[in-house]
Design a protein around this ligand. Sequence first.
Ligand code: MOS
Length: 728
Amino acid sequence: MKFETPATTNPIDQLKVVGKPTNRIDGPLKTTGTAPYAYERHDVAANQAYGFVVGAAIAKGRIASMNLADAKAAPGVLAVVTADNAGKLTKGDFNTAKLLGGPAIDHYHQAIALVVAESFEQARAAAALVRVEYARSKGNYDLAAALDGAAKPAASFGVEPDTAIGNFAGAFAEAPVQIDARYTTPDHSHAMMEPHASIAAWEGDKLTVWTSNQMIAWSVGDMAKTLGIPKENIRFDSPYIGGGFGGKLFNRADALLAVLGAKAAGRPVKVALARPLMINNTTHRPATIQRVRLGATAEGKITAIGHQSWSGDLPGGGPETAVAQTRLLYAGENRMTAMRLAVLDLPEGNAMRAPGEAPGLMALEIAVDELAEKLGMDPIALRILNDTQVDPEKPERRFSQRQLGECLTVGGEKFGWAKRNAKPGLVRDGRWLVGMGVAAAFRNNLNGPSAARVRLDRSGVVTVETDMTDIGTGTYTIIAQTAAEMMGLPLDKVVVKLGDSAFPVSAGSGGQWGANSSTAGVYAACVKLREAVAQKLGMNAADAVFADGKVKSGKRSAALGDAAADGELVAEDMMEYGDLAEKYQQSTFGAHFCEVGVDAMTGEIRIRRMLAVCAAGRILNPKAARSQVIGAMTMGAGAALMEELAVDKRFGFFVNHDLAGYEVPVHADIPHQEVIFLDETDPTTSPMKAKGVGELGICGVAAAVANAIYNATGVRVRDYPVTLDKLI
Ligand code: MOS
C-alpha cells in the first residue's frame, strides 16, 4: 500500500483498542525476568560453547605480535579467533571501525580475539592468557584541541552540514540584544540494561544468530556483506531486547565474533560483551562543542539565529547533528547553522536517543533562556513570540502539525509557572534554593517502509509477523492493538511475533520512527486480510464491518474465524511512502518543565518535579507512551546532572567504563514526573496518524534542568553535566 495523500477516516479511528492505555503484553515476562534475552536462549541450539572477547589495550597502532599458545592450551578451550585466522571479512556499511581489529587497531577495546571454550569461566581465564605486543601510534583524543583541523563533513543521514538564510552576520551585528555563548556536552554512553549478546549457529552454509538488535534487516545485510555470503542464508532472531537507545542499531562485535567462533569451533557459540568492555568497544553519543548566537529586537523578535557544532569521530565517521533542531524550531529571517567534524581516535561515535536534537537542545535551549533574561522577558513568552507554522528555512513548507505554543502554555499552567520568580537565587525552602526552568522539545518525525504478515486461523485468532523489534518501547502491544482494531477483535485474540528476519521487513526501531511506521505496516497487511476475509465469506469488502469477532455485511453475519474454516488465511503487505513528508514538515513538539532544589551550602542538586507536555500525533497507547517519555525524561536528567564519559586524553579511552563509574539516574534522583499528551492526530504521517514520541521525551530536558538550576542559584553553567563543583 502506498501512502500518498493525507489519511481519511479509517478503521483505526474507531479507537476501540488503539489509543487506550493498555498494559504491555510483554510486561509480565520482562518484569519477572522470564523474557528470554539473547544470552539466555539456552534452548535454541544444543551444545552451546562460550566465547570471551579480548579487547585491544591501546587506542591506536598495530598488533606487533600475538601469542595464542597458552590460551589454546588452557583447559576447555575449543578455538581462538583472530583477524589472522578469521578469513576475509569486509567491514559492514553501518560500522565505522572493523568489528574484529588487527593488525591495525582503530580504537581502545576494539575486539582483537575471541576465545571459545566449554564454559564461560574457561573462556575468560584463557582470554587472559592471550599475549599481545603492541606498537602504539599517536592518536587524537581531545576534541577541544582538534577543532582547528575540524572539517566540513558529508551530509549525515540526509542532514546537510551547513545552511545559510539571509544575512546572519549582518543581522546579528545589528541586533540590539545579543547572546553569543559556547556550550559543551560530553560523550555519553547508552548504558542499556542488557549488554550486547549473540548466539550463533551454523548448519552447513546456513547461519542463525540469536541476538539483541534494533534493526534486523540492516544487520542481516551487513553480516552478509561482512562474511561475503548471501543474506538469504542468514537468519537473525531478536524477540526481546533489554534496551538499545541506538547502541544496537547495527551489528557489534558480539554478533560477528559469535558467528566466527561458531565456525571455528564447529558448534553454536554465545558471546556477550562484558560490561567493562562495552563502553569502549561499542558506540557512544559523541561530545560536542557548540556556539549559539541569537540576535533579537528589544521586543524579543529573533532576527538572527546561528548555531555551530563541533564533534569528533574516527576516520570515515560522521558528525553529531546537533544543529538539526535549530533549522526548524524558531522563526528568524537571518540564519546560519554549521557542523564541523574532527578526526578523533576515540571509540566510534554514533546515534544515541535523539541523536542531534538531544545534545543540540542542551545548548540552544539554555541560549534561549539567556536571551529571555537579557530581554527581561518570560522564557515561555519569548518562545511563543518566535514560534512559526512554517519551516523557517523553506517558508513554502508548512509543519503538518505544530503545537509548540500550546505545549508551553498548557505546561506553564499545569506546572505553576506563574509562581516562578524571574530573578534568580531568591526562592528558599529551608536550606534549599529553589528554581524553575523550561525548555522547548523538538524531534523530527520520520516514517519508513514497513511490512507485516497477518494470519487468521479458524478459531478467530490473528497472528502478526514482522521483523520489527521491541526494545522496551511497547511495540508488541501497539501492534496487537492495531491488528485488534483492524480485525474487530479483542486484544487477547491477537498474537504478535517480532524480531525474526524470516518475517517481512519492517522499519525497525530507531529514530522514533518505529511506532508509527511498524503499525502502519500492520494496518496495510490487515487491509488485505479484511479483503481476503470478505471474499472468502462472499461479502463485499467495501461495506463489511469487522467488530466483536464477527464480520457483517448487509444482513449477513459470520464469525471472523469462519473465513479460515478450510485453511488459514494469510495476507502480507508493506506500507510505502510517497512524497507527503516532502510536502509537509513532520515534527514532534513538546515543552519540559523542571523544578530543582540546590543546597545553598553544598551545591547538591535535587530535581523536585518534572513535567513534559508532548504533541506528537495520535498517541497509540497512552500508558506505553507515558512510560517512554518518563524514561526519556530520566535519561535527560542524567544528561543534565551526571552522565559523562571521562576521556583519558593521553591514552585515548573512556575511563569510567562500567556502571559504577558511568552514573545514570536512579529512582531516588527522580521524585515526581508528569506527562501530558495534547490531543493531536496527524493525517500526513500514515493511516495511524501517529508519530514518534520516545525520543521527543529526552529533547530539551537537560536544558530545562540547567535553566532551573540557574533560576535557583544565579549560576549559569554551560558545560554539561551540571555538577555541584561548577556551582560553588
Ligand atoms: Mo535511535 S538513537 O535511532 O535508536
